[in-house]
Design a protein around this ligand. Structure first.
Ligand code: C2E
Ligand code: MG
Ligand code: MG
Ligand code: MG
Length: 286
């Protein structure tokens, strides 16, 4: 098996590349059974309002515990699932599970809680997606504003016109759109405005070194100011320290998410976390 590289010469698989593709094949086969064997789970990470310390939404993050292979990171298996198309079935399961979980929490008294779900570009490009989402929301009686869909900047690269149309449809159903890992992709500022994005999630690579990297501080404060000017919310990802939080607060960032507050937690632990901080969620605070 050989691949063409940019200079029109053939490069053959190195042992390392071969090991990677074997692992991918192994994961692909294991993934096929993962859903039916209940090996997939969602954990939830709080997104904390910096001004008030309250949690208005939580992000659903996939966890896969394989009986033999152990815990496998979504950063490893999502790309495999995308290559094989399995992401469609998995992604639908994620949407259903997260919305059901949200319905249960809201019924248990967390009446205004919202959930954020990561969407792969492949899911985003399915023409049935808006209908699927409406159907899932209707079946659970969860209002559409309680669902945030996290997209990456990449969804708009190939066909900005089609992406705009899909985003318009999704917004028309009432769901909120966020851009995940913002700052690492190629979205143009004019596209951002057209997409009417609700929230920018500032990529953790900019947050990580805020304490000692002046460039990162400049980038983060510029993102926050731009978002404010365009009427978008900001959430900083990967917040681990008080100093990072302090800087984000000073810059007027709306929300922080990261180990400083909590790791992604299984549903019962998340409920405990929320109840220990805020019982019940206020119905009006913004
Ligand atoms: P993401 O959506 O940007 O999620 C944030 C990642 O940062 C998560 O990794 C989270 O556990 C991690 N994180 C949170 N706080 C901190 C922190 O303070 N420090 C550090 N170092 N990391 C932190 P995770 O759960 O391993 O997920 C990785 C990526 O996999 C996600 O990045 C997302 O792109 C993808 N993913 C996860 N679940 C799903 C899903 O249900 N569907 C799709 N399509 N992708 C998913
Ligand atoms: Mg995300
Ligand atoms: Mg992210
Ligand atoms: Mg990511």
């Amino acid at each position: 098996h050989a691949k063409l590289d940019g200079r029109n010469t053939y490069r053959f698989f190195t042992p390392e590349m071969r090991a990677q593709s074997l692992r991918a094949l192994q994961l692909e086969n294991a993934l096929r059974r993962a859903l039916e064997r209940n090996e997939l789970q969602l954990h939830y990470q709080p997104q904390v309002r910096i001004r008030t310390g309250r949690v208005h939404s939580v992000e659903a993050l996939l966890r896969w515990n394989h009986p033999k292979l152990g815990a496998i990171s979504p950063a490893e298996f999502i790309p495999v699932a995308e290559d094989t198309g399995q992401i469609l079935q998995i992604g639908e399961w994620v949407l259903r599970s997260a919305v059901q979980q949200l319905r249960d929490w809201r019924a248990a008294g967390l009446t205004d809680l919202k959930v954020a779900v990561n969407l792969s570009a492949i899911q985003f490009h399915q023409p049935q997606l808006p209908d699927l989402i409406s159907q899932i929301l209707d079946a659970s009686c969860v209002p559409p504003e309680a669902l945030e869909l996290e997209l990456t900047e990449g969804v708009a690269v190939d066909d900005p016109r089609a992406a705009t149309a899909t985003m318009d449809q999704l917004r028309a159903r009432g769901v909120r759109l966020s851009i995940d890992d913002f700052g690492t992709g190629y979205s143009s500022l004019s596209q951002l405005k057209r997409f009417q994005i609700y929230k920018l999630k500032i990529d953790q690579s900019f947050v990580q070194d805020l304490d000692h990297d002046g460039n990162d501080r400049a980038i983060v404060s510029a993102i926050i100011r731009m978002a404010q000017a365009l009427g978008m919310q900001t959430t900083a990802e990967g917040v681990e320290t008080e100093a990072q939080l302090q800087f984000l607060r000073d810059m007027g960032c709306d929300e922080a998410q990261g180990y400083y507050f909590s790791r992604p937690l299984p549903p019962d632990e998340l409920l405990q976390f929320l109840q220990s901080r805020q019982v019940p969620l206020p119905s009006t605070a913004g």
